[in-house]
Design a protein around this ligand. Sequence first.
Ligand code: XIL
Length: 385
Amino acid sequence: MLLYALLSLLLPVASAQLHSLAISSGLQYFGTATDNSELVDASLVSALSNHSEFGQVTPGNSQKWDSIEPGPNTFSFAKGDEIAALGKQNSQLLRCHTLVWFQQLPTWVQNGTWTNETLIAAMENHITTTVTHYKGSCHSWDVVNEALEADGSFRKSIFFSTIGEAYLKIAFDATAAADPDVKLYYNDFGIETPGPKTSAALNIVRSLKASGTRIDGVGLQSHFIVGSTPSREVQIANLESFTSLGVEVAITELDIRMTLPSTAAQESQQTTDYQNTASACVAVANCVGLSVWGFSDKYSWVPSTFPGTGSACPFDENLARKSAYYGIIAGLVGGSGPPSNAVTGANNSPLFFELNSTTMNSSGALLGSVRPRIYLLCVGAFIFV
Ligand code: XIL
């Protein structure tokens, strides 16, 4: 018995990769965003298609309104379809992103002359046509993205300015009507710690539910900065403030940027930061999955969006695993264990190896220095049995 118990503990570690470990830890997926422009890169596609590593994909841009409906009632699904097809081929869940957002809107929407009625009709048409097209392909839809300002007030988007707060309910209802099976998410950044914006996001969940509208989940984007990410405990309590309302949560766009050039100290901190977010999700019963916003620094949105910063992803520009990768692994494996020790080498558990680039090869398999320890444990267990 003990032998089997030990092996069941060891086997997931021995084939340690992000998605497989996420599943072993009770999550539904570990995933990543990707974009069409990256798919010409054969090495990128090969790494992305490793299902043990990535069990979920999110189109980074190609399901946004400007891409899907560039002209009124003129739909263009080719790019979104390309990513949906790749995900399907790889048996990866598709997080569909996003139906109603104030950015990346086509000019006809952003600069149109709207009344309450005409904008509701355009929004409903966009949602119904898009959700119907992807029906059966999407695990979830980010129905509304980033509706809130930092102070918790509603962002003065074309939707809020024209329709008012009711646009959220209308958007969720239209999505639910077009696909009764897809999970409906509200997705935002800056809701990873308690504060006015998080309180407002909680209120969105409460008021949609109170009005009889279905909302299944909240996506916490988690675009973090090295050294100023919330602690594991704060993230757990914050995630639970959402799940206590009867919705699931997911970490939807995780990346942790640093000031360039990167330093060993920043990389070490980043490893701890990644570990804390991964282990926080594992610790929360209804945190269903964890997605990074691009897995490689080669294609990250960070350097162009936040000049002077970068190195935010778990894989470097050569698609090699960084220390941050092993931070995620440790968070997924460690669950509620003490943060950071497993990757810094100060391991304090006999089953917890130094999971770093000296103990795992490029495909994530454990290397020599660890194997004798597994062997000794197994032999010890066998003698005991
Ligand atoms: C980003 C993309 O990654 C960039 O390529 C694009 O130029 C801007 O949008 N929050 C979101 C994502 O919900 O859709 C954003 O994606 C990043 C912030």
